[in-house]
Design a protein around this ligand. Structure first.
Ligand SMILES: [Zn+2]
Length: 394
């Protein structure tokens, strides 16, 4: 028999405002109703004035809690996913960095072992970041794994899993249009990232299906000169092309507040998702760490709230969790409602996850409950509650 749960005394964050006096009813893991009316329920959760929003969705993370998804074990997936859940994320999109084929396949196999675990946040699919990238924009991706498009390998990876949701590549490389086509045929979103493409190449890529830009500003071309003539790059195309969506690493280190405001103003909140792009040290403290797989990744160091290459020449990934993204973005002057929208409805739409992202009847009962300053009190994943908040029977 199904149990109906009522959530009351919450400040509910909708796409447009903060609603008081609304009750949310959950049954069988889904939202039954969002209403001011009293309906019968077997169980009540009293929010005592806390905020409740649709569950937060992180569409780009490599790990947390000391584990990287590329470690390639179910245990690493559990550790990283549960750490993110502790900080409010109810949907995690595990992401790989450039690695050999075996590394990708091992990670996809570990994912299969845990993807239906009801104790974990929802993990509806994977994001492959690389290995078909521009060496000149590699950032912390490793040259030894970066390679040109490889049709046979692409097909083998796509055939190995029907759960790849997005794949980041450099569209100026030969074979990009074919890559975009086979991705689209399999429901995979091709994304532009780690790219030196010029504006015209981005327009072609957009028409071919590359409709999302990975970590705007990081590892991409912008206006530069070629033989005295100025050329526009990925950054300008990301702003110019209507329908091109973007994501921001809003950890407070990768982008200053002015650029967060700039991006949200000129792309609009509709086209802007917040991502952690976190590496394994998210939620795990400062000190030496490894980017990528534990056994063959890149040594990095975590200091001042971000991961660095060991020579401190560049960032090597964020250590943010979703709550920090929201604090950073609202601290930059963006409203709570818009910030939450970019952490919920927008990533759901970009990824084609129609069963989540807002608080509407029929959608998954994925909620994040938090206090002032986005301090997370509780998460709910398909109706299953984790965390501490007053619950009463009756
Ligand atoms: Zn990444």
């Amino acid at each position: 028999m199904s149990i109906r749960t009522k959530y009351e005394n919450f400040r509910v964050i909708s796409p447009d405002s903060v609603l008081e006096g609304m009750k949310i009813y959950e049954e069988d893991g889904k939202i039954l109703a969002v209403t001011g009316e009293d309906l019968p329920a077997e169980k009540t959760v009293d929010g005592k004035g806390a905020y409740l929003s649709a569950g937060w969705i992180d569409m780009h993370t490599h790990g947390a809690g000391g584990a990287d998804f590329l470690d390639g074990t179910p245990e690493a997936f559990r550790t990283a996913a549960l750490t993110h859940r502790k900080y409010g994320t109810t949907t995690v999109i595990p992401t790989t960095t450039s690695v050999d084929r075996e590394g990708i396949l091992r990670t996809a196999a570990a994912y299969e072992a845990v993807r239906n675990d009801p104790d974990l946040p929802s993990m509806p699919g994977l994001h492959l970041e690389g290995p078909y990238l521009a060496s000149s924009q590699k950032g912390a991706q490793e040259d030894r794994f970066i390679r040109p498009f490889d049709e046979e390998e692409t097909d083998a990876i796509l055939a190995s899993s029907d759960r790849i949701l997005r794949w980041t590549a450099a569209p100026e490389l030969p074979g990009a249009e074919r890559f975009a086509r086979v991705c689209r045929e399999r429901g995979v979103l091709p994304c532009i990232g780690h790219s030196d493409a010029d504006f015209a190449e981005c327009e072609r890529a957009f028409r071919a299906g590359f409709t999302h830009v990975t970590h705007l500003y990081s590892c991409m071309s912008s206006v530069h000169r070629v033989n005295a003539y100025r050329v526009a790059g990925v950054l300008e195309a990301a702003y110019y092309l209507d329908g091109m969506t973007v994501e921001l690493i809003a950890d407070g280190c990768h982008l200053p507040p002015e650029l967060l405001r700039f991006a949200v103003k000129f792309k609009g909140r509709e086209n802007t998702a917040l991502v952690t792009d976190s590496m394994r040290a998210a939620g795990a403290g400062d000190g030496p760490s490894v980017l990528g797989a534990k056994d063959n990744g890149l040594p990095v160091v975590v200091e001042r709230g971000v991961a660095w290459l060991t020579d401190r020449s560049a960032f090597a990934g964020s250590v943010a969790t979703a709550d920090r993204l929201l604090r950073t973005v609202t601290g930059a002057g963006i409203s709570t409602v818009d910030a939450v929208y970019m952490m919920t409805a927008v990533p759901a739409r970009i990824l084609g996850l129609r069963d989540r992202g807002t608080l509407e009847p029929g959608l998954r009962a994925d909620f994040t409950v938090f206090g002032e300053d986005f301090r997370v009190k509780k998460t709910v994943v398909a109706g299953r509650i984790a965390g501490s908040c007053a619950e009463t029977a009756g």
